[in-house]
Design a protein around this ligand. Structure first.
Ligand code: PGA
Length: 249
């Protein structure tokens, strides 16, 4: 049985009062019998507060970013061991905003992925095509390239990892990929990972991200290869996020 996961990517949103209210409400609204892992990816500056506040809860914490070195002269950066000090067990790598706004290369994304694994944390690797690439029929080629950049160092690296398929054209746009489109891509990703290791592919959670909300989540999560969601905008509203979490069954 594959692990189901709903992750809330808060991006660079929220001030401390907002963060306190959001998690307080989440703890009230989240059902006791969670059918999935519920993961929050807050701005790193709020991790110390959240790791204490959520220590006895069913919510797991992760980071939105990492630098792929344990320590050193890397001004402004945070390493995996530092994130572990504040209960982070997951780290997002390869998000399209980092690939595009911060020009992160495939090699840099791969270095982060392996750094996270080397520190026994779980990398949540985001992959996805742009609208232009989809229109040119390049979706599978782009995803293959993004995955091969990771497996170059180790073909069995998807054990204890998560892949999030996030078509760039669906992120923050209100345009969600249809459940059939998502299923088609997820089964392609699983088959590709299976070509390296069928054991890894069978247990690999592949989650979908891109304008997931409480109205489209149930149909997306009902697809056989969709193991949950990576939620941006809707994760900033406790009721909406909990409604999405409840769509996993
Ligand atoms: P969105 O963001 O749900 O606001 O589209 C998803 C993401 O970027 O992870």
């Amino acid at each position: 049985m594959r692990k189901k996961l709903i992750a809330g990517n808060w991006k660079m949103n929220g001030r401390i009062t907002f963060v306190q209210q959001l998690v307080q409400t989440l703890l009230v609204l989240l059902p006791d019998d969670l059918q999935s892992h519920c993961l929050l990816l807050p701005p790193a500056i709020y991790l110390p507060f959240l790791s204490t506040y959520l220590s006895n809860s069913s919510i797991t914490l992760g980071a939105q970013n990492v630098y792929p070195q344990a320590a050193g002269a890397f001004t402004g950066e945070l390493s995996a061991p530092m994130l572990q000090d504040y209960s982070c067990s997951y780290v997002l790598v390869g998000h399209s905003e980092r690939r595009h706004l911060f020009a992160e290369s495939e090699k840099f994304v791969a270095d982060k992925f392996h750094h996270v694994k080397e520190h026994d944390m779980i990398p949540l690797l985001c992959i996805g095509e742009t609208l232009k690439e989809r229109e040119q029929g390049l979706t599978e080629e782009i995803l293959t390239q993004q995955i091969l950049a990771i497996t170059e160092k180790d073909r069995h690296c998807f054990k204890n990892a998560v892949i999030a398929y996030e078509p760039v054209w669906a992120i923050g746009t209100g345009k969600t990929a249809s459940p059939d489109q998502v299923q088609e891509v997820h089964s392609f990703i699983r088959a590709l990972v299976s070509s390296f290791s069928s054991d890894d592919a069978n247990v690999l959670p592949i989650i979908y991200g891109g304008s997931v909300n409480e109205n489209n989540a149930a149909a997306l999560f009902s697809m056989p290869d969709v193991d949950g969601g990576l939620v941006g905008g809707a994760s900033l509203n406790a009721q909406q996020f909990v409604d999405i979490v409840k769509c996993i069954n």
